[in-house]
Ligand binder design. Structure first.
Ligand code: AMP
Ligand code: MG
Length: 409
């Protein structure tokens, strides 16, 4: 059998090369309303305090605490949204709604529930009058000049609301990487087609494009490409021209028509072309004109697991994220797992959390590289390291947590 010219790297070595080669994209400035899920490339400071004026936090009456309980003359209404120009002197009160400015002179708000109104007067029914009570002082939530969102923050709902609060309508963020995705193979047909004998429908473009989207990047569909040097080259070039990164599947094994690696090597640098991993041994990482290219094996599970292990962290790094890896946790194997010692294996599992807080991993069944059903319902990958054989039930191994874990009591 011919040997691959590429040295076999350990998973950690391959990940280190990706981290070394992949850089965040150049930041862009855009409307904050478009920035959900993106990473801030600048720190955001508050130019004004929040609240910007002393504001009522309840509906009720603004009074002077030292006046104590009893009757006050109502001098007017202060609703939210304007300044009524009232002044509170001893023995007087103003009707004030939540969020409205506290009229000068007043130092406390009495909740409406603790008052009684009678012909132009209000009776304060509580003995407990504390200066400052039920008033949000200037700058209570945000001080003037405070960094509200540091550089590197991932913008979620709360962060977008804060940008609104401080009036930061244009933000500088790392853009969403555009990722060109193609399937290769003479046997691959579109899902709506009826395969002839020898043909199969495309799975990988759909798994990979959705995985790209879930990673916060934008897929660009390059379709199915035949195992012909010319069409392959044209399509790879189109991807490189139009996208920030390239994902291919198929055509990276040792077959005669496996043309992806040689072309990437001719156009740029192949950093690795073999990793000691199962599934996904022939996974290939190259850079062409500084753009990361991942060539995944064709077997659907290999393609998706390779994406998960190698391409996803790269896309997150391009998008400016600092936490680019899935959480790793110890998991107890619910049953025996067979494993060949030669390679590090990422087996698809359902992770559940026991009442004692420990994670338990159960296999999703037959782990064939073509059996995409082994990914269905999986929320984790257990890492069965090379150098060790089968694993007994109860063994504790590391697992990558890919999704929400149900707690089983
Ligand atoms: P390859 O890596 O091109 O040698 O392909 C390995 C196996 O994966 C073969 O059985 C292919 O038919 C299959 N395969 C390749 N590409 C796809 C695809 N896009 N969707 C489903 N199966 C594929
Ligand atoms: Mg092929």
């Amino acid at each position: 059998m011919p040997e691959s010219p590429y040295p076999m790297l350990l998973v950690e070595e391959a990940l280190a090369l990706i981290e070394r080669e992949v850089r965040p994209l150049s930041p862009v400035t855009m409307s904050f309303s478009q920035a959900l899920g993106l990473v801030l490339a600048e720190a955001v400071l508050a130019a004004e305090p929040m609240p910007p004026f002393a504001a009522a936090s309840v509906d009720g009456f603004a009074v002077i605490a030292a006046d104590g309980p009893g009757l006050r003359r109502i001098v007017g209404d202060q609703m939210a949204g304007y300044v009524a120009g009232l002044y509170i002197e001893p023995g007087t009160a103003a009707r004030v709604t939540t969020g409205a400015p506290i009229p000068p002179g007043a130092d406390t708000m009495i909740m409406i529930e603790q008052t009684e109104e009678q012909n132009g007067q209000v009776n304060i029914l509580t003995n407990d009058l504390q200066p400052g009570a039920n008033i949000r002082p200037i700058g209570q939530d945000i001080e003037i000049g405070q960094v509200v969102l540091p550089q590197g923050t991932v913008l979620g709902p709360a962060e977008l609301g804060l940008l609104g609060t401080v009036g930061k309508t244009q933000v500088t963020v790392y853009p969403r990487p555009t990722v060109a995705v193609m399937s290769t193979g003479d046997e691959i047909v579109e899902p709506h087609q009826q395969p002839e004998l020898g043909q199969i429908r495309d799975a990988n473009r759909f798994t990979l494009m959705s995985a790209v989207r879930q990673a916060g990047a934008e897929p660009l569909d390059l379709g199915i490409v035949r195992d012909k040097a010319n069409s392959l080259q044209d399509t790879i070039e189109r991807g490189l021209a139009e996208a920030d990164a390239l994902l291919t599947s198929g055509g990276v094994s040792m077959g005669q028509l496996d043309l992806v690696k040689p072309y990437l090597a001719s156009r740029g640098t192949v950093h690795f072309g073999r990793v000691n991993t199962k599934p996904g041994k022939p996974v290939t990482f190259a850079t062409v004109d500084g753009k990361p290219c991942f060539a995944m094996p064709g077997f659907p599970v290999s393609a998706l697991v390779s994406f998960e292990i190698f391409a996803r962290p790269a896309l997150l790094k391009m998008a400016g994220h600092s936490r680019i890896y899935r959480p790793r946790e110890q998991a107890i194997l619910a049953h025996a797992f067979s494993h060949t010692a030669a390679r590090t294996e990422f087996q698809r599992v359902v992770l559940t959390r026991r009442a004692d807080g420990k994670l338990v991993a159960s296999s999703t069944g037959f782990q064939g590289s073509g059996r995409l059903l082994s990914m269905v319902g999986a929320n984790g990958l257990v890492i069965l390291p090379h150098g060790q054989g089968d694993f007994e039930a109860g063994t504790v191994v590391e697992a990558l947590v890919l999704g929400p874990v149900e707690v089983v009591l």
